[in-house]
Design a protein around this ligand. Structure first.
Ligand code: SF4
Length: 330
């Protein structure tokens, strides 16, 4: 069975952008591949943070993933810092990664240009990402479009390391991207990608009332001023996209017809979406509430996941050290 690896930053409670852009896909993939899903807290510490908040966010993220349907019996779910081989392999990969490859990463250039003092961790972030993936010798990485360049760097790292230390029989596979079907979820403002920092999201665990409050104010087709104006779903980035993600095909067809034919007002359309969102998200919210009331159970699941991941990670690091002439840990 092929292996997949994917990671998510511990940003606290999931929002529907994370859910549709990544996690829902992971839930489907866990039965098709040997799957490793990781809360990448080492990636989160490259920016200043408060200790208690990071701990809380890491736990909340794990709750969200488990509540969304990641099942520790069908996949390995764990927290990155509990498997020290991630940073060990990252150091090794630093020695085969040209500086120029890191400096031309778009995300690095973008973030570094907005910071007075740039930390080395920001530059080396994609090397740790390569280590995350290659530690499990993953064949496939589910990614959004914005991560494709980083994945390409992981392929370069694998190639460089293989050509130096295992040229005859490449030890590391060159991981392939698997783009998620719902690639970029537009926020409630109808403009930017859904992001907690912009405040244009719907939380995955929000109540039906909170969801409705958010949907009611969401931007729709800007050319549609009145109910009698014909609309164009493709110009309604948020609501139409969410219908396609949450509603059955017959409802999506109904939206298209009623929008173009001016038979529905946008509030009617949003009410229909709300109904389908609530149907899908209520069981997740209920599971999350159960898990949140039993934090030691979540911790135990993560500890067990880390042990499972570590068994694979130690095997990889051992083989890597053998091939590099480095004694194994004792
Ligand atoms: Fe968007 Fe629906 Fe209004 Fe059309 S009817 S503009 S799809 S909210």
């Amino acid at each position: 069975m092929s292996r997949i690896f994917s990671g998510i930053q511990p940003s606290g409670e999931l929002h529907i952008g994370n859910y549709l852009g990544a996690v829902k896909n992971w839930v489907a993939l866990q039965d098709q591949f040997e799957s490793f899903f990781c809360v990448v807290n080492y990636h989160a510490i490259i920016a200043p943070y408060a200790r208690e908040e990071l701990e809380r966010r890491t736990h909340e993220m794990a709750v969200g993933l488990l509540a969304s349907g990641l099942d520790p019996a069908r996949c390995t779910i764990f927290v990155q810092s509990q498997v020290p081989e991630h940073t060990e392999l990252a150091w090794i990969f630093n020695t085969v990664t040209p500086l120029g490859e890191l400096e031309r990463q778009t995300q690095y250039k973008d973030k570094a240009s907005r910071q007075e003092q740039v930390m080395a961790g920001l530059l080396n972030y994609p090397v740790l990402q390569a280590a995350d993936i290659l530690l499990y010798r993953a064949d496939i990485v589910p990614v959004g479009e914005d991560q494709v360049q980083h994945l390409e760097l992981s392929r370069v790292v694998a190639r460089n390391w293989n050509s130096r230390f295992s040229p005859a029989t490449p030890y590391f596979p060159e991981p392939q991207p698997r783009l998620t079907a719902t690639r970029r979820i537009v926020g409630l403002d109808g403009q930017a990608k859904m992001s907690k920092s912009i405040g244009n999201t719907v939380g995955l665990l929000e109540t039906p009332e909170q969801i409705w409050d958010k949907l009611r104010g969401a931007v729709t087709d800007p050319t549609r001023q009145r109910k009698t104006d014909a609309g164009e779903p493709e110009r309604c980035a948020t609501i139409y996209q969410l219908h396609r993600a949450f509603s059955p095909a017959e409802t999506v067809a109904e939206v298209e017809e009623n929008c173009r034919g001016a038979k529905w007002g946008c509030i009617d359309c949003k009410k229909s979406l709300h109904q389908h969102m609530v149907a899908e998200l209520t069981p997740i919210r209920e599971r999350a509430a159960e898990l949140a009331s039993a934090p030691s159970q979540v911790t135990a699941l993560l500890d067990a996941g880390a042990q499972k991941a570590r068994a694979v990670a130690q095997e990889t690091i051992g083989a890597v050290k053998d091939l590099m002439g480095l004694p194994r840990a004792v």
